[in-house]
Design a protein around this ligand. Structure first.
Ligand code: HEM
Length: 435
């Protein structure tokens, strides 16, 4: 832990409670959040005032989160602080029957009613893997591009995740993500003070549980993980590598990542990888100028475009203004280094817009720093092509750039797991049929 500062200690304790989960994690978390910002335990369990308008129906898209999240002073959507990823298998064999489908639909419905849709309540998505759809005789409708996961670079060898289901729970309250998991799986009778009439207990079996966080100050609270040099992670950094990410102009919109045709219109595809980070190397090997060059571009470094964690950038990392995406090869030759942002920006669509919507967050699962890199896109091909642009194989061995050295941030990251999912529209989020 960074220092004796009470707030960092409290945040770290909430983070640990989310990682631990279960009733022990929940009671620890409620005690901590009780004394902090945000709703108190009393507020939470009494629910909304009785004379308040009932919550409007949640949106048809499961991934419609922006409208229900705060924005920062520059208009960038702010991702919820606490995250739990639950990988689970359907307990039955063969196609899912209607009784199980109805039970799951009711359980998800109860969850969203209990907390209200929003990062001040709960946001969640339920996604289904190619392995899930294999149980049906019919193949997945051709309007959906959902291949099984695979390694996406010659220098990586990730484990390939094949659970049936991925549930992503997100909230600004640590206690909410813990309790929502418990309520959904029948380990807590109530959710936010409301009795759960249905659960997925006996329908879904968890095979993995991953946790994480994002927000100014949270990573700095973990700078003892992985031998990160004391004080290296900036106090106000929202992510471990020290820069703000997810500027509105560098993200695909929710509209753009939505599947437009076929039975899953209104849905999206989801890629989830686990990326381990070598922060010791990142912070000790390079100067700040080199880190800016590797994360953004040599132009950003030379012109000193990034102050601190990048708050000064507002809602854009200046990809168009600097023309960096067109300079990758020149920068490799002339500067001996190319940036992560400038390489990935080469994968933009014909209108010049990014093709993936990143909702990644930091983790110290297993005692090591990393990123749960979660992204949404209309097709998995959009992700794969963005990742290919990031691989920078075209500039490996050009100038001073190697396969991973000086090639953006590749030297400091290792992808250890990958999985692909379909996030159907909300009406079909319970055990969808393939066609
Ligand atoms: C540890 C892992 C990673 C870190 C710390 C990271 C960090 C960043 C940062 C700081 C930016 C610039 C700010 C912004 O535009 O939001 C950025 C941009 C971007 N990153 Fe990453 N990133 C990581 C992994 C990835 C991966 C795995 C992909 C997907 C293949 C990816 C795709 C992108 C894209 C598409 C952009 C925006 C490019 C554009 O403006 O068109 N990043 N990233």
């Amino acid at each position: 832990m960074t220092n004796g500062n009470g707030d960092l200690t409290r945040r770290e304790a909430i983070r640990i409670a989310v990682a631990v989960g279960g009733s022990a994690g929940l009671s620890a978390c409620l005690g901590l959040e009780d004394r902090s910002e945000g709703p108190t335990e009393a507020d939470r369990t009494t629910g909304r005032p009785t004379d308040a308008e009932p919550d409007p129906e949640p949106p048809a898209r499961q991934h419609a989160w922006h409208e229900f999240s705060p924005t920062d002073e520059h208009g960038n959507p702010v991702l919820a602080r606490h995250h739990v990823l639950l990988l689970a298998d359907y307990a039955g064999d063969g196609p899912v029957d209607d009784a199980d489908r109805t039970r799951a639909a009711d359980a998800f419905r109860e969850l969203e009613r209990a907390y209200g849709w929003g990062s001040d309540g709960l946001l969640f998505t339920v996604g289904y893997s190619p392995a899930y759809f294999d149980r049906y005789d019919a193949s997945l409708h051709e309007s959906v591009d959902l291949p099984p996961p695979e390694a996406l670079a010659p220098f990586e060898d990730p484990a390939l995740d094949t659970p049936d289901v991925l549930i992503h729970l997100a909230s600004d309250q640590g206690s909410t993500v813990i309790e929502a998991e418990q309520a959904l799986f029948g380990e807590s009778v109530t959710a936010n003070g409301t009795e759960m009439g249905e659960t997925v207990d006996g329908l879904l079996e968890r095979v993995d549980r991953r946790t994480g966080f994002i927000g100014a100050g949270l990573p700095a609270a973990h700078d003892d993980a992985d031998g990160v040099p004391e004080g290296a992670v900036p106090e106000d950094a929202p992510l471990f590598m020290g820069f703000k990410s997810g500027f509105a102009k560098n993200q695909a919109t929710e509209d753009a990542v939505t599947i437009s045709d076929g039975p899953f219109a209104g849905g999206t595809t989801q890629h989830l990888s686990l990326i381990r980070t070598e922060l010791d190397q990142w912070y000790t090997q390079d100067s700040r100028e080199q880190r800016v060059a590797k994360m953004f571009s040599p132009t950003h470094a030379a012109e000193d475009l990034v102050e601190g964690v990048g708050e000064n950038l507002g809602d854009s990392s200046l990809v168009e203004e600097t023309g960096i995406a067109d300079r990758v090869e020149d920068d490799a030759f002339e500067q001996g280094v190319v940036g992560h942002t400038q390489k990935t920006a080469r994968a933009r669509d014909g209108d010049g817009n990014p093709r993936i919507l990143r909702r990644d967050f930091a983790t110290v699962d297993g005692g090591r720093t990393g990123v749960h890199f979660l992204s949404l896109q209309a097709s998995i091909a959009d992700f794969v092509e963005t990742r290919e642009a990031m691989n920078g194989e075209d500039v490996a061995n050009v100038g001073g750039v190697g396969t991973r050295n000086n090639n953006g941030i590749l030297q400091y990251i290792t992808t250890t797991r990958r999985g692909n999912y379909l996030v159907p529209p909300r009406a079909k989020r319970a055990f969808p049929e393939p066609r």
